[in-house]
Design a protein around this ligand. Structure first.
Ligand SMILES: Cc1cc2nc3c(=O)[nH]c(=O)nc-3n(C[C@H](O)[C@H](O)[C@H](O)COP(=O)(O)OP(=O)(O)OC[C@H]3O[C@@H](n4cnc5c(N)ncnc54)[C@H](O)[C@@H]3O)c2cc1C
Ligand code: FES
Length: 280
């Protein structure tokens, strides 16, 4: 929770400062707080989420995509999926909504400091990982080598395209990218599922930590690959998604075995969930 936050249920008014189209049905929203609060005092950690609500339209959990090192605005990357997100897409600059949070357990930033990091993202899974990725890039000296593997189903579906392209010019991040299909034959890089990218780099599992987020199918294959390469289970963290209502550990909607995704997660270490059959 944020430092200032005495009432964990508090609904805070926020205004949309800017919307940035991403790919089809995905949009980035930059928010500012209207109650005089700052995003510094909001105090979110990479990997946490907020509940976004629009009166009369509902509420939905959305990951925070911006890092705590950049507090001019809070960024969320949203896919148009249903009632709340459709209403959100109908809003523009200057429109008001409400948020509560930050909620959940994010990535263990202190554990990751000084370590080599491997990010594996699929599709919209880049949204929660981006908060950690930008945090690491903003405090680059506190971390060792950095590799990002990102896969999408086709070349048109790359989120944060220009940000990612800029990584090709940097020497302090290795960016590997895959598309599942390239029907037009225009893709110059790897065509295939994201696990294929493991053949394009050398990893040292004993001193590397992996952080994953993507569609459900991705986890099983990536985790299998990491374990085969010799990654200890304790070095594998993943952000999971479940249907949520309260976001606060009260309603039980988001149960994963005996854990709640909203309070025990959404970020879990593999060793915590390996015996819960439906977890991944
Ligand atoms: C921790 C966490 C982080 C998340 N982060 C993000 C994020 O960063 N960006 C993002 O875009 N999304 C994110 N999500 C997902 C987002 O919360 C859901 O897509 C949410 O349901 C959207 O709300 P909605 O009201 O727009 O859609 P809903 O109206 O809830 O619809 C969502 C989907 O469920 C289906 N559905 C709805 N009602 C029913 C029903 N009765 N029976 C069957 N199917 C139904 C709809 O057809 C649609 O496909 C996150 C979820 C979690 C748990
Ligand atoms: S959403 Fe209510 S307990 Fe997790």
């Amino acid at each position: 929770m944020g430092d200032h936050q005495e009432n964990i249920y508090e609904l805070r008014p926020a205004t949309i400062m800017r919307t940035l189209p991403q790919i089809r049905d995905h949009r980035l929203f930059q928010l500012k707080l209207d109650d005089g609060g700052s995003w510094e005092s909001f105090g979110h950690q990479p990997g946490q989420f907020i509940e976004v609500s629009i009166f009369g339209k509902g509420e939905a959990p959305i990951s925070i995509s911006s890092p705590p090192t950049r507090c001019d605005s809070l960024e969320i990357c949203v896919r148009r999926a249903g009632k709340l997100t459709n209403a959100l897409f109908a809003l523009g600059k200057g429109s008001r909504l409400h948020i509560r949070g930050p909620y959940g357990r994010g990535f263990p930033v202190e554990t990751l400091k000084g370590k080599k990091l491997l990010f594996v993202a699929g599709g919209l899974g880049l949204a929660p990982l981006r908060s950690l990725l930008l945090y690491v890039l903003d405090r680059r000296h506190e971390f060792d080598d950095l590799i990002l593997m990102y896969g999408t189903n086709n070349p048109d579906n790359v989120l944060f395209k220009y940000e990612l392209l800029s990584f090709f010019d940097r020497e302090d991040i290795k960016y590997l990218y895959s598309v599942d299909r390239d029907e037009e034959g225009i893709w110059k890089q790897y065509v295939g599922v994201v696990t294929g990218l493991f053949d394009r780099t050398t990893l040292s599992p004993q001193d590397t930590y992996a952080v994953l987020c993507g569609p459900p199918i991705m986890y099983r294959f990536v985790v299998e690959r990491l374990l085969r390469l010799g990654f200890p289970k304790e070095h594998i963290y993943m952000s999971l998604e479940r249907m949520m209502k309260c976001g606060l550990g009260k309603c039980g909607h988001c149960a994963i075995g005996d854990r709640y995704c909203c309070t025990d997660g959404p970020v879990f270490n593999l060793s915590e969930i390996e015996n819960i059959k439906e977890a991944i």
